[in-house]
Design a binder for this molecule. Sequence first.
Ligand SMILES: [Zn+2]
Length: 297
Amino acid sequence: MDTMTLGSVEITRVMELPVLRLPREFVFPDVPVEPWHRHRGWLAPEHLDPAADEIHMMMQTWVLRSDGQTILIDTGVGNGRERPYMPMFAHLDTDYLGQLAAAGVHPDDVDTVICTHLHGDHIGWNTHLADGEWRPTFRNAEYLIARADFDYWNPDNEHDTRAGRQWENAFEDSVAPVQHAGQAVLWDGDHYDVDANLRIEPAPGHTPGSAVVLLRSGTDRAVFAGDLLHNPLQIAEPDSSCFDEDEDRARVTRRRILEWTADHNALLIPAHFAGAGAAEVRRNGGTFAVKQWASWQ
Ligand SMILES: [Zn+2]
């Protein structure tokens, strides 16, 4: 089990699926092949398979123990979903709750769920199927959701999203039941303090309500960056976009968060990095570079 302690906060990495190997052009259709060639020396083999032309992604979540609370950042894809336009995530039957148990967490122990955004691979275990109905998996938890994403992805509002029907049914099976159970806390404004160590801040672009979780405890710093980055290539090439609703806004946000990370000696913990899953970064001319990969116990 991958665990580390930053300040007084214990972080545990909990995987939902084995590493996903996906065609590079499927994940990064707008990024030319050249930067992948240029950076393959440090991206392969963990993050890139140059021979197969595939990139590697993890479906994983983060358990934090902070201030006496158990906090879950993102909840993966979930089991038993109808995803007609995302077949690789349809009808999964993983032992994610067993992985969570191995990390010492029973669903009833979770006090807070933080959704970095409402794409279907971040909200799945918000709910589970019980007696034919989608119900909150974490029945004692508050679910912290940015109002901007709640409103944007709510099908009642009929927004014309760039993702189109990609995540069809996800709001209905993974968000609405939490709201109906009275467990959703829709936050807005320029920040939301979870506790003395953790603050959520808007990081719009990937989705309108995308957020990062800043950890400050003692002298340690980390940022849970959600889908601001999908692959470490984007540390070196921060203008490279991936599944972003608003690419220009995402580029501005990605650079801002990378600057904060470099300047505060923080650990960058995106949602989907394979390999070590997290890294310290430094400024490198106009972009950034990996200073050191995370080391877990
Ligand atoms: Zn994602």
